[in-house]
Design a protein around this ligand. Sequence first.
Ligand SMILES: [Zn+2]
Length: 200
Amino acid sequence: MVKRLNPKYKRKVFPIIEKRDGDICFFCVMMFVPQVAKWNRTYHHLNKNTEDNRPENLVFAHEECNRLCEDKSDWQIRSTKKLLENEKYHQYVESDEEIKAHNDEDKDTNVEIDTNELYLKLSLNELNERLVGTVEKPPAHESINFKNLCMDISYLVNEEVAHGSPITASRAIETLCSSKGDFEKFKEKGGKWRIKKRKK
Ligand SMILES: [Zn+2]
């Protein structure tokens, strides 16, 4: 089973690695500094196979240390040893994790809810920006094309969580266009759906 090392998967493996190794660089054992690019946290693949994203095969490392490792044979030997250690460790904690599988399912649901919130938040921002505007920046048009907005929202969600869908975006936008919302969906003459600000 190949798992992509995308933001959602990182959220899942982060606590597993943190519990095992602590939130420090595997190579230099120092903390991460988000403000400095070379000291940011990255996920180092112990066996160099970037498709092998089992937690066993992942450790935290500075961007810089991860790069330096390519030329340091002693660090590569440490990586190989660490992978063997991790495999033993994970075998041992596996039964523990089965019990927690329950909680993990709950966590997955939370991720789902977070994503829905993201769709709603981004849709509301876009609708406000394009149809309400501000005094300095009034809206350029009175209404906008519904389908185009769905595509734009899906794109924006995809940038944040790597799995945006126009259909989910359309649901979020329709929610904001409900009779209690500030916007409404209407059909123009050609049969295409558009959105405008609801007159109250
Ligand atoms: Zn380091």
